[in-house]
Design a protein around this ligand. Structure first.
Ligand SMILES: Nc1ncnc2c1ncn2[C@@H]1O[C@H](COP(=O)(O)OP(=O)(O)OP(=O)(O)O)[C@@H](O)[C@H]1O
Length: 284
């Protein structure tokens, strides 16, 4: 594990996870895990199958209520959001945490553009005041609707799908569907974007396009990215910070080069015993 002074993600975190524990009956899926997610970072959560990665995600995004622990999301100087106390709806709409899932969850029969408009239904519902004027497209609602279309089209432009705006989303190639899902999450203007295995099933070219998209989000949108990923080429190339879980516990936390050379991480991935890991660590 990396040692030394304070890391950038500790000095300016958007999210602090403290002593997170999640038990399912007798099984401890996540065991007293603490880490920070930096405001301007791409942070990766990695680990072998069953290590507890998705469970951590589900706690942060409100799908599970943690058994123990605090999840504090910074609120631009206002009162922070304590995510462990909020519903998944509040975490998304108020704390502005968006997520994607391991399996694609677009509406395949809707058009590409409609998928991005559906994502903005909270803003549109608020602007409508649920009124008759909204049905007629009047006043505030008319403007909000135009803003929603403009935002959706600007995202389609960024991911190169504007020419296919009116096609059914289900007919897009897999890599385009993955990037459309990320664009859909970004249409909610999140402060923290959580991506569950975004590179799963992508070929090398699609993976390249994904990397480029994530880097531009980090650089131009001011959205922190937190991702679970098995594809080490993606993790090592685009992450600023990598956290490694094994059997529910954090075993490493540092820069990509810190964790790449960590004997505990090597041992976890190769399935060697703790004793062998110690021997690896003791080697000059
Ligand atoms: N709802 C649940 N009920 C009971 N056990 C669960 C539940 N969700 C996860 N687990 C268990 O918790 C442990 C961690 O699972 P989790 O899905 O978080 O791991 P993971 O690191 O995301 O794995 P993978 O890389 O295979 O997706 C596993 O033993 C899993 O079977």
């Amino acid at each position: 594990m990396s040692e030394g002074g304070a890391k950038p993600w500790d000095t300016d975190p958007i999210l602090r996870v403290e002593h997170l524990t999640m038990r399912f009956g007798g099984l401890t899926a996540v065991d007293d895990v603490s880490f920070s997610v930096g405001r301007e970072d791409i942070t990766a959560l990695i680990g072998p199958n069953g290590a507890g990665k998705t469970t951590v995600f589900n706690c942060i995004t409100g799908f599970y209520k943690p058994t123990e622990g605090m999840l504090t999301l910074d609120a631009d100087g206002g009162d922070p959001f304590y995510l462990e106390r909020l519903s998944d709806y509040e975490i998304n709409a108020d704390a502005r945490v968006a997520r994607t899932f391991q399996n694609i969850r677009l509406f395949p029969g809707m058009t590409v553009l409609e998928n991005l408009l559906v994502a903005q239904h909270n803003v549109l519902s608020r602007a409508s005041g649920f009124s008759f004027g909204a049905i007629l497209g009047l006043g505030q609602f008319g403007r909000a609707e135009q803003d929603a279309v403009d935002l959706a089209r600007s995202w389609l432009d960024r991911i190169g799908l504007l020419p296919r705006a009116d096609e059914a989303a289900g007919g897009l190639p897999y890599g385009d569907q993955r990037r459309l899902e990320i664009a859909r999450a970004m249409c909610t203007r999140p402060k923290l974007l959580c991506l569950d295995e975004p590179a799963a099933g992508l070929n090398a070219r699609e993976s390249e396009a994904l990397n480029a998209l994530l880097q531009t989000i980090r650089e131009t949108d001011g959205t922190a990215i937190f991702l679970i990923e098995h594809d080490m080429s993606v993790v090592m190339r685009i992450s600023d910070h990598v956290i490694v879980l094994d059997y529910g516990k954090k075993i490493a936390d540092g820069t990509p080069s810190d964790v790449r050379n960590d004997p505990h991480v090597i041992a976890a991935y190769l399935g060697v015993s703790d004793e062998d890991a110690q021997a690896l660590e003791a080697r000059p």
